[in-house]
Design a protein around this ligand. Structure first.
Ligand code: GLN
Length: 197
């Protein structure tokens, strides 16, 4: 099995490191690869890292009219092989259907405000409760860096909240987080994600 990390820009190596740690802990046979182009995409799961969503959108436009939303929709909707997709921070922004009141062809039906907590100076860390597994909540130390705020979730489950707002959302095979699990040493979320494959 193969899991791809979208590697145009952002926290790519951090996700690769955490995925490899989680793979080891679960004793799974999964290769982690960095994806720079999407020709011959044949992964069993995809991570879209944090970084800068506007830059990623620009980098993903090509002369054939392909863009990131078309690509993600393609992945998310091939019904027989709906692969798990995890977007963190800028990655979550790329997955959203509504960003700063602009509409995109995203996979998560929610309204997101970029830099909703303020600029870099307002970045922060907080202990939050994850409801990733049924009947069990788990603590997680979440790191928010120029994080988006999820104003409304129209479809899907809320897996974690902070100050009354969703910070982790899941709709079927697609998960979005406003924080950065790749900057911790806690593999919980990766192990949960790998178990969805
Ligand atoms: N503010 C960034 C954006 O709009 C996201 C920040 C991040 O991924 N840490 O894309």
């Amino acid at each position: 099995m193969k899991i791809g990390v979208f590697a145009l820009q952002g926290d790519v190596s951090e996700h690769v490191r955490m995925l490899n740690n989680a793979v080891k802990e679960l004793e799974k046979n999964i290769n982690v690869v960095e994806l720079r182009g999407f020709e011959n995409f044949n992964c069993d799961a995809l991570i879209i890292p944090g970084g800068e969503s506007t830059t990623m959108r620009k980098l993903m436009h090509d002369e054939n009219g392909n863009d990131i939303n078309k690509f993600l929709n393609f992945l998310g909707k091939i019904s027989d092989e709906e692969i798990p997709i995890l977007g963190t921070c800028a990655g979550l922004i790329l997955l959203a259907k509504n960003v700063d009141n602009k509409f995109y062809d995203g996979l998560l039906d929610m309204e997101v405000k970029r830099n909703g907590y303020g600029r870099q100076r307002e970045s922060f860390e907080a202990d939050v409760c994850l409801k990733f597994n049924l009947n069990k909540t788990e603590k997680f130390h979440a790191i928010f860096i120029r994080a988006p705020v999820i104003e409304k979730v129209h479809k899907g489950e809320i897996l974690a909240e902070f100050e009354g707002k969703a910070i982790a959302v899941k709709d079927k095979n697609v998960i979005g987080l406003t924080f950065h699990p790749e900057l911790t040493n806690d593999t919980k979320i990766y192990k949960y994600f790998l178990n969805l494959i």
